[in-house]
Each structure stands twice: as structure tokens, then as C-alpha cells.
Ligand binder design. Structure first.
Ligand code: NDP
Length: 480
């Protein structure tokens, strides 16, 4: 049994109320750890540690902050295998994915922002006529809150913490209660890297109690949140009267638009990945596939054949393509959409059933599922399923597919497959999403703005956008 503790003021601590929650291993459905059921009191203790640490941390030379963040990155890189094992056990994701993508990316987040802060210059504007010089300072906010989801646990946790710390803030952070393990392990690495006490504080617990306490805390003046759209709306309502800065990265229902003139084999392989990577539990997965009518039947055959080759299995098995879904309740939610597809007479082309993995009969496994839907208006095409389920349907014209792509409440990302440059430019301009990938998927450059339009969020993360979010600008005008 692993006992996960809060990390406050550089020390591992039990929650003040000594109440605990069970943590499940999705691959076998068994409880394998306990996490603190922290309350507002723990959040306040964490806040006080952060506030005490703030002046020293924010006044450190940028090179020193940068050095510590890069050291954290190096220590994480040295422990990729250990962290990947923990992430895979906690989340159900295939070990290969955790090793190749999640943990290296968490390390990159620290390295990237450790470097980026050294290049984050302030602006100045000279007004010669009025003999005045304006310059703009970018000052850290103070103590900020970071709240992250379960799907890419350490990857998204560090995507917030690294820029917050780089900009000179101190942090009170809460990982998802469902996947707390790698955030817990990070505390030790921070101590080893020499991060001063109280600069980062990690409080575990339920979103509705611990997360809510962070959002409601009157002196935590900025909240960076990634999670579901309903939670994001609730956080926005709570934070508005407190005048907090908010960055909200929320849900998606991303179109994958495939034209007949694309590089077919490349598209096919990538579309399998963009549909089912991490059991389809990535906010960027292309969950609505639209295929040009002339290649629709061929695509349907080839895609289903490839999907049927994916191996559903235990996450620690290196040949597994599809691991376990994150929790029993999430599995049931996803299965509910498959049941609904049957009721509404959509066609399940493959998958659709829970899988029993030998020796792990109580794990949360589901076949990768492809559903041919009758129209874009059905709930399967409008609501975020967030599991190994994609829908497909044909389109006949550019106008029609653009309308379908844009007619959802979400606007996170889109993927476009075509070799026609003019069409690419037209469609990219008109897609209502924060990110568009053309002839690729999830190729990330950490310098670029990341985030969604419409109900997919408010604000952008990544590069200098994140450093701007985690700082207050102050303009100073000097008449000379
Ligand atoms: P949730 O919104 O349920 O939870 C996200 C985080 O918020 C968790 O740490 C959760 O804690 C916490 N939380 C819940 N309620 C509150 C509250 N009232 N106040 C403060 N914090 C709270 O999302 P999931 O964890 O289920 O993650 C899946 C969602 O995240 C999907 O919709 C997905 O699209 C979205 N997502 C968006 C991304 C983006 O970049 N746009 C990237 C990845 C995921 P707890 O877990 O303890 O409930």
C-alpha cells in the first residue's frame, strides 16, 4: 500500500484531519494506495508556506531560478523508467507511452520554461515628442493555484507549475485525486534539485473540497486549470467575484477532416493514433472523423481493419496499444455512449464491448470502437466521450465539412488531411479551434500558444503566453 502525503514547505505531511481516500489501480480494479482527503485548512497551510517563500524566490536571479528548474528536468530524465511505471499504474496508460511521451514531456516542461524565462524581455516605448519613456515590468503575481486532470497526469501538472515557478511565483497545486502518484514523487525531486521550501506545495484531495478551497482562497490570485468544461464554468463563477486571473483549458470534440488527395497511408496510421492514443483520453484526440465521399468506403474498410489489430492489454505489457480506462465510473460513462449509439441505430463498425484481460479480470478495459453515425447532430458527435470511441461519417463538399466541424460547442483542435494548399489555407482560416494540425497530429512545439476557443477554454498556455499569464504587467512612464 502506497501512502501519498501532501508536500508542503518542502516536507511530506499527513492531512490535518487525518482523513484519507482510496487510490485505485485501473488495470486490476484494486486499491493500491491512500491519498489525503485535504480540506481548506491544508490549503491554507500550503498558502502560508508559499507566501513566506515568495519574496526570496521572486527576487532570485533569473539564472538561479532557471538553473533549479533545469535541474528538476535532469533529475526527472534520469528517473523516466521509475516515473513511467508509476504513471502507468496510476492511470492505466501503456507503459511505452508513459516512457516515450508523458514523463519526457514533463521533464521538457521544466527545461523549456527554465530556458524561456531567461529570454522573456520587457518592452519599452520611447515617446520623443513628449520626452517620455514608457517601460513595462512583468512581475510575478505572488501565490498562484494550479489544478490538473487525470488523463496526462504529470505532463499537464508540470505544464502549469513550470511556467508559474519560472515567472517567480510560488504555487499551491492539486493534481487529480484519481492520479496523484507522480505529482507526489515530484516533491522529492524538487527537494533534491534545491527548490527552496514552500515554493511549490502539492495538496491532494477531492476537487470539490481541496480544489474548491484553492479557487476560493482570497489570496491565491490566479488559477490555472485544466479539466472538464462544466468544472471550468463552475471555477469561473467562483473566481469572478474574487477578481482572479484565470486560464481554463477545457474539453474538446475535435474534427479530423480527411480529403481524398491526402497521403493516404500516413493519414491512416496517424488517424488510428489520433483516435485511440491513451485510450482516447486526450483532449486533442480527433473524435469526429469526416471523410470525403469518394474515399469513404475504402477508408472505412482500411481504418476498421487497422483498429482491429490494436492490442488491448495490461498497461505494463510492452505490446499493449490500449491500456485500461482511468476509473470504473469513467468506463461506465463511455459504455453509456456506446449503448446510446445502439438505441439511436448508429452502426458500430468494430469494438463496443468491455474486454476481460486474463489475470486482471476487474480492470477497466474497453475495445477500441468505431461508430458510423447518421448525422453530426447526434449526441455522440456533440458531446465529449473522452474514451476509445470515434465516430465517422462522409462529406461531399468543403462547405459542408466546415459547417459540421464548427457546429459543436467546443473549439479546441482540428486535424486536416489534404495536399491542396489553397484549400488548406481556406479551411485553416475558418476552423473555429485554437489549434489546427495539417497532415499531422499532436506535433507540439512548446513555444506555440496552446488552448481552445468557445467552450474549450479561456486563455492560452505555452511559450511566452504562459509567462504572460503568470505575471502582472506594470507600465511605468517617466518624463525626462
Ligand atoms: P475534471 O474537471 O473533473 O477535473 C479536473 C481537475 O479539477 C481535477 O484535479 C479535479 O479534482 C478538479 N476539480 C473538480 N472539481 C473542482 C472544483 N469545484 N474546484 C476546483 N477543482 C476542481 O476533469 P477530469 O479530471 O475528468 O479531466 C478530463 C477533462 O479534462 C476532459 O473534459 C478533458 O477534455 C479535459 N482536458 C482538457 C485539456 C486541455 O488542454 N484543454 C487537456 C486534458 C484534459 P478531482 O479529480 O479530485 O475531482
Amino acid at each position: 500500500m502506497i501512502i501519498i502525503q501532501n508536500y508542503i514547505n518542502g516536507q511530506f505531511q499527513n492531512p490535518l484531519n487525518d482523513e484519507w481516500l482510496d487510490n485505485y489501480n485501473p488495470s486490476n480494479g484494486e486499491v493500491y494506495g491512500r491519498i489525503p482527503n485535504s480540506t481548506g485548512e491544508d490549503v491554507d497551510v500550503a498558502f502560508k508556506a508559499a507566501r513566506t517563500a515568495f519574496p526570496n524566490w521572486s527576487e532570485k536571479n533569473i539564472e538561479e531560478r532557471s538553473r533549479i528548474l533545469i535541474k528538476i528536468s535532469e533529475l526527472l530524465e534520469a528517473k523516466v523508467a521509475h516515473f513511467a511505471e508509476a504513471e502507468s499504474k496510476d492511470n492505466g496508460k501503456p507503459i511505452n507511452l508513459a516512457k516515450a511521451v508523458d514523463i519526457p514531456r514533463a521533464a521538457s516542461n521544466f527545461r523549456f520554461f527554465g530556458n524561456a524565462i531567461t529570454q522573456f524581455a520587457s518592452e519599452s516605448h520611447e515617446n520623443v515628442g513628449q520626452q517620455a519613456l514608457n517601460y513595462t515590468l512583468r512581475q510575478p503575481i505572488g501565490v498562484v493555484g494550479c489544478i490538473s486532470p487525470w488523463n496526462l497526469p504529470l505532463y499537464l501538472f508540470t505544464w502549469k507549475i513550470a511556467p508559474a515557478l519560472a515567472a517567480g511565483n510560488c504555487v499551491v497545486a492539486k493534481p487529480s485525486e484519481i492520479t496523484p502518484l507522480t505529482a507526489y514523487l515530484l516533491g522529492e525531486i524538487c527537494n533534491e534539485a534545491g527548490l527552496p521550501k514552500g515554493v511549490l506545495n502539492i495538496v491532494h484531495g477531492l476537487g470539490t473540497i481541496t480544489g474548491q478551497a484553492i479557487v476560493e482562497h482570497p489570496n491565491i490570485k490566479a488559477i490555472s486549470f485544466t479539466g472538464g468544461t462544466a468544472t471550468g464554468a463552475h471555477i469561473a463563477r467562483t473566481a469572478a467575484p474574487l477578481f482572479k486571473k484565470l486560464s481554463l483549458e477545457l474539453g474538446g470534440k475535435n474534427p479530423n477532416i480527411i480529403f481524398a488527395d491526402c497521403d493516404y497511408e500516413d493519414m491512416l496510421t496517424t488517424t488510428v493514433r489520433s483516435s485511440f492514443a491513451n485510450q482516447g483520453q486526450i483532449c486533442l484526440c480527433g473524435s469526429r472523423i469526416f471523410v470525403e465521399n469518394s474515399i469513404y468506403e475504402k477508408f472505412k474498410r482500411d481504418f476498421v481493419a487497422k483498429v482491429q489489430q490494436l492490442i488491448v492489454g495490461h498497461p505494463s505489457n510492452t505490446s499493449t496499444n490500449i491500456g485500461a480506462l482511468v476509473s470504473k465510473s469513467h468506463l461506465e460513462k463511455v459504455v453509456g455512449y456506446i449503448d446510446q449509439a445502439k438505441v439511436e441505430n448508429h452502426t458500430i463498425l468494430c469494438g463496443g464491448k468491455k474486454v476481460t484481460v486474463k489475470n486482471y479480470e476487474n480492470g477497466y478495459y474497453l475495445e477500441p470502437t468505431v461508430i458510423e453515425v447518421k448525422s453530426n447532430e447526434c449526441s455522440l458527435n456533440q458531446e465529449e466521450i473522452f474514451g476509445p470511441v470515434v465516430t465517422i461519417m462522409p462529406f461531399h463538399s468543403e462547405k459542408e465539412v466546415l459547417e459540421m466541424a464548427n457546429s459543436v460547442k467546443y473549439g479546441l483542435s482540428a486535424t486536416l488531411w489534404t495536399n491542396n494548399l489553397k484549400r488548406t489555407m481556406r479551411i485553416c482560416n475558418q476552423l473555429q479551434t485554437g489549434i489546427v494540425w495539417v497532415n499531422t497530429w499532436m506535433l507540439r512545439d512548446l513555444r506555440t500558444p496552446f488552448g481552445g476557443m468557445k467552450d474549450s477554454g479561456v486563455g492560452r498556455e505555452g511559450g511566452f503566453e504562459a509567462l504572460r499569464f503568470f505575471t502582472e504587467s506594470k507600465n511605468i512612464c517617466i518624463k525626462y
